[in-house]
Write a protein that binds this ligand. Structure first.
Ligand SMILES: [Zn+2]
Length: 180
């Protein structure tokens, strides 16, 4: 059974460390991946992405599930952005480590990411839109960067507002929760 891991909150020094590169993709890493997905889905505010430092593990590992028809849930080991669009887009982000807040962050419209999957196989793909945003947010976590470092208009957002935002997104066909 996967475990629910405590999510580290802003102020915890582990969120500010540069996470270590992973040399072996083995069963213990795959257990951590399962626990991270479980934690992301079952957190008080469910998220679409989680980075290992957020559960207290300073390693270069992220999980992302856009929860739409277009994208499969993915785990990425040692993810790197190898190419990024010149075009930038601004949108409101949240973070499981900074609960109850929102801020507007400028991100590349698309990125090409490479890394390894949960079996250790090399993978490289191009991501656009919210998927690209989520990957940039999670990879920042591996370098000790929180979205609030880059955001403008950082503001409190209560549960009611978050629910409204989510239903507006769903109504517009964008099935993306805002916490990353
Ligand atoms: Zn985050």
């Amino acid at each position: 059974m996967p475990k629910l891991l405590p999510v580290r909150q802003d102020g915890d020094p582990i969120l500010r460390q540069k996470a270590k590169k992973i040399s072996r993709v083995d069963d213990s890493l795959r257990r951590l991946i399962d626990d991270m997905f479980h934690t992301m889905y079952n957190n008080e505010t469910p998220g679409i992405g989680l980075a290992a430092p957020q559960v207290g593990v300073s390693m270069r590992l992220i999980v992302v599930d856009m929860q739409d028809e277009e994208h499969e849930p993915i785990a990425l080991v040692n993810p790197e952005i190898v190419k990024a669009s010149k075009e930038m887009v601004v949108a409101a982000e949240g973070c499981l480590s900074v609960p109850g807040m929102r801020g507007d962050v400028e991100r590349h419209e698309w990125v090409t990411v490479k890394g390894r999957d949960e079996h250790g196989h090399e993978t490289r793909f191009r991501a656009e839109g919210w998927f690209a945003r989520c990957l940039q947010h999670e990879i920042d976590h591996l370098d000790g960067i929180l979205y609030t470092d880059k955001a403008t208009n950082v503001r409190y957002a209560d549960e009611e507002q978050i629910c409204t935002e989510q239903s507006e997104r769903q109504a517009s066909g964008e099935k993306v929760p805002v916490a990353i």
